[in-house]
Ligand binder design. Structure first.
Ligand code: HEC
Length: 243
């Protein structure tokens, strides 16, 4: 029994590490406010048409990441019926989603907690042209997904880059990941940097109080250090005459 358990544990950690190797690192930085703002802009422009963020309000996002209310209202709320205090719901309703995309479109508030930041980053960099699919694209880490490659105008048309390599004396065809034809608005570095901003915003959304907690933490630590200094001085004062 124990042996089986050990075998299962070894096997599953092996699988995990195999997945880790495939994933690209997002290397995003939650303390970079400009990146969070660019990410929010990308989300509103390219994702909010289909995906909701039902646990977030426009106003809290604006305040957390330093966008003035007016700017948010005039430039980033595309749903005409929504006001700044409203929840970030998508204008697409369930039956439309089912009819057009054959299923439920997931809410993205918690997506980086469910899937991991690196997973979402890699997912958005894994679409490739596949004419057999309804939207003409497929995804390497989420095969046969029904989401169109909505960032194609930025990344360009992508294809899987197959290469022939000599392995142990045999020619084998290796999948070297996707490659853009270069017909997008951004080059590869710029595209990855935009994805970094986008997942940065998604990670912030999955735990908005993290930003506040970290700022508060610095104050709490400074207060504790000050308190230690004063208690130490007080102790010296008390014991001064007792000898
Ligand atoms: C045209 C509508 C549409 C837009 C715009 C869109 N998506 Fe999606 N997305 C979908 C659909 C549909 C699915 C679910 C597909 C399925 O389950 O087959 C999905 C699924 C996902 C998933 C889950 C993938 C998985 O395997 O679980 C993520 C993550 C995601 N979208 C991120 C984004 C991001 C980030 C953007 C903006 C850059 C975006 N989507 C824009 C339609 C859209």
């Amino acid at each position: 029994m124990k042996l089986i358990l050990i075998f299962v544990i070894c096997f599953s950690t092996n699988l995990l590490s195999a997945e880790k190797k495939i994933l690209q690192k997002a290397n995003n930085n939650l303390n970079d406010q400009a990146s969070l703002q660019r990410g929010a802009m990308l989300f509103m422009n390219y994702c909010s048409g289909c995906h909701s963020m039902q646990y977030q309000r426009y106003q809290s996002v604006a305040r957390d990441i330093g966008i003035p209310d007016e700017l948010m209202e005039n430039n980033l709320i595309f749903d005409k019926n929504s006001k700044i205090g409203d929840l970030m719901l998508s204008s697409l309703n369930k039956s439309q989603a089912e009819q057009w995309f054959g299923g439920v479109i997931p809410d993205l508030t918690m997506i980086t907690r469910v899937k991991g930041v690196d997973w979402v980053f890699t997912y958005l960099n894994s679409f490739y042209k596949d004419d057999s699919r309804p939207f003409g694209v497929n995804n390497m880490i989420s095969p046969n997904i029904n989401m169109p490659h909505v960032l194609e105008e930025l990344q360009g048309t992508t294809e899987i880059n197959f290469k022939e390599k000599l392995i142990d004396g045999k020619m084998e065809i290796i999948n070297e990941g996707i490659k853009s034809k270069g017909n997008g608005r951004l080059n590869e570095d710029e595209y990855l940097s935009s994805l970094r901003d986008l997942v940065n915003y998604l990670e912030y959304s999955s735990d908005p109080s993290k930003l506040k907690r970290e700022k508060l933490g610095i104050w709490v630590m400074s207060f504790l250090i000050l308190l230690i200094i004063f208690t130490f001085l007080l102790k010296k004062e008390f014991w001064k005459d007792i000898k």
